[in-house]
Design a protein. Structure first.
Length: 189
């Protein structure tokens, strides 16, 4: 199974998702840049009755391994981290060894970050992988490591599971590996 190369995104590709729970909308632009990709997005959302507005940027390699990301909310909170030589760093604490096993990130308010391991790894139908993720919840912006399980069900169809079994969803993706439908959470417009 193959996806379009990141270099084919030179002119950029924009997609939108709506949240299926509460009010929410995301506008993402994915484009090629030197030796990789850049994802820029704006999210307007609601979590547990609290509205938020945020912007994020993710820079990665051509194979969709994350090099850096930053998130900023309209109320001034944020987080920025960089991955260099297999080690995660932030501006205030420096090296954060607890996250070094993580290549992929999961930002809780977007389906885009599911694209990262789907695009980064080679998949065959029936193949399953357990992945350590640097997870960033949008309520606290305090990252932690979580394990997630991805299974390639068919070309461009993946099962996503939390390692503790508390959540499972089948995720159809397009030719760029972008989620089309995320049952109970997001739907592409």
């Amino acid at each position: 199974m193959s996806f379009r190369p990141a270099a084919d995104l030179a002119d950029g590709r924009s997609v939108r998702w709506r949240a299926l729970e509460g009010d929410g909308l995301e506008h993402l632009t994915l484009r090629a840049q030197a030796n990789g990709f850049r994802a820029d997005a704006v999210i307007l959302g609601e979590r547990e009755g609290q509205r938020f507005g945020a912007r994020y940027r993710i820079d990665g390699d051509a194979d969709f391994a994350v090099r850096s990301f930053e998130i900023a909310t309209t109320d001034g909170r944020g987080l920025a981290m960089t991955r260099r030589d297999g080690a995660w760093h932030d501006r205030s604490s420096g090296h954060l060894p607890a996250f070094d096993a993580c290549i992929d990130i999961d930002l809780s308010a977007t389906p885009f970050t599911n694209t990262l391991p789907i695009r980064r790894l080679a998949w065959e139908p029936g193949e399953q992988r357990r992945i350590a993720m640097l997870f960033v919840p949008f309520d606290s912006f305090e990252p932690f490591v979580t394990e997630q399980i991805y299974t390639c069900i068919a070309p461009r169809l993946f099962r996503f599971e939390t390692a503790d079994g508390s959540f499972t969803a089948e995720l159809p993706v397009d030719e760029d590996g972008l989620v089309i439908d995320y049952p109970s959470l997001f739907q592409r417009l």
